[in-house]
Design a protein around this ligand. Structure first.
Ligand SMILES: *Cc1c(COP(=O)(O)O)cnc(C)c1O
Length: 373
């Protein structure tokens, strides 16, 4: 097979040709007028994608770096926070809190299911000291999108002062998101999902209230001190050497998103994800996430009982050069397949994926086994 691997994984995702070309440009220095112009342009573009009037800071790390920056800059050891853990990435917020000595109250909706907002409101009332609520827009490990407006409403209804901190790493650009309108205090994302870049950039934006908290925090930090990043950004600069090539690439990937318009870009992924879910069910396969909270960014499909999901993915890659993701965590390894519908993945790529999936399933004896049951 001569075709390059087709990535249908929820990160990294396909890097479009114009972005690749930009990534391959000769290296220029970052403390120049030319690079400042690039920083200005991507800064404006990121604000549109995040739906915020606040500055979106660019960090050099994978998405988790921005998650760590959020915890380290908002909270100090001994502070209390609420962590919504609907999957592996929700759990990561809890692990980060632990690393910084933050006492966290876990809220554990069943994987694949929405959060009970009434119950959540009750938890907020029981924990008036909580300084932050850590949530996930798209929980990539289950394919669930959480209701950010609902979380904000619950926080307000409970009279809580907690900051709403959102991991929008995979959701941004695929699921509907508008930081300011949704009342989100901190939003983080990364480059290798909906923004169609290689991994290596993380993004973070803070509301004025979150910046107030960041000025008072005692948690140790150096590279991820957002006050430094903010100060430099005020002079269209970064405190350390930025990932120059990736930022030059970002300028191109933002052009792709913004030339369509953020809402139209999201709507395209919504249509693709809906069609994918319907096609998968027509094939006779089952979806994992409750349709009431299914994300546009990633769809999780149950591997038919009796078949080895790891082998399935291996063969899809070997025979079709298509890469899909498996399950994360003990309960899901080998039992599910995840297909991303974010970034540059469109109907043609999804169709290739579905054809390959069906073909390999049949070769593994799926139809005959199902029929024989
Ligand atoms: C991919 C992902 C992350 C982790 O990002 P890295 O870039 O691997 O650090 C965190 N949260 C969610 C929801 C993700 O999809």
């Amino acid at each position: 097979m001569t075709r390059e691997p087709l990535l249908l994984t929820p990160g990294p995702t396909i890097v479009p040709p114009s972005v690749r070309e930009a990534l391959g440009q000769p290296m220029d220095h970052h403390r120049t007028k030319e690079f400042q112009a690039v920083l200005k342009e991507v800064g404006e573009g990121l604000k549109k994608v995040f739906g915020t009037a606040q500055e979106v800071l660019i960090l050099t790390s994978s998405g988790t770096g921005a998650m760590e920056a959020a915890v380290a800059n908002l909270l100090s050891a001994g502070d209390e926070a609420i962590v919504i853990r609907g999957g592996k990435f929700g759990e990561r917020w809890g692990e980060l809190c632990e690393a910084f000595g933050v006492k966290f109250i876990p809220v554990d909706p069943a994987w694949g299911k929405p959060l009970d907002l009434k119950a959540f409101e009750g938890i907020l009332k029981q924990h008036p000291q909580a300084k932050a609520v850590f949530a996930t827009l798209c929980e990539t490990s289950t394919g669930v999108v959480f209701d950010m407006r609902g979380l904000r409403r619950a926080i307000n209804n409970a009279g809580s002062q907690a900051l709403l901190v959102v991991d929008a790493i995979s959701g941004l650009g695929a699921d509907s998101f508008a930081m300011d309108e949704f009342g989100v205090d901190v939003a983080v994302s990364g480059s290798q999902k909906g923004l169609m870049l290689p991994p290596g950039l993380a993004f973070i934006a803070l509301s004025p209230r979150a910046w107030e908290a960041a000025a008072k925090t005692k948690s140790p930090r150096y590279y991820y001190d957002l006050n430094l990043a903010k100060k430099a950004w005020g002079q269209t600069d970064t405190p350390f050497t930025p990932a120059i090539s990736l930022i030059v690439g970002l300028k191109e990937s933002l052009k792709i998103v913004l030339s369509k318009g953020v809402e139209a870009f999201v709507a395209g992924h919504r249509a693709d994800a809906e069609k994918l879910r319907s096609d998968v069910q027509k094939m006779g396969l089952e979806l994992y996430a409750d349709p009431a909270c299914a994300s546009n960014a990633v769809t999780m499909i149950k591997v038919p009982a009796g078949l080895d999901g790891k082998e399935l993915l291996k063969q899809i890659r070997a025979k079709h050069n298509i890469v899909m993701a498996g399950g994360q965590g003990k309960e899901l390894v080998g039992k599910v397949v995840r297909i991303a519908t974010m970034g540059a993945v469109g109907p043609a790529e999804i169709q290739l994926g579905l054809t390959a999936l069906e073909q390999v399933l049949e070769e593994m004896g799926w139809r005959t086994k199902v029929a024989a049951k």
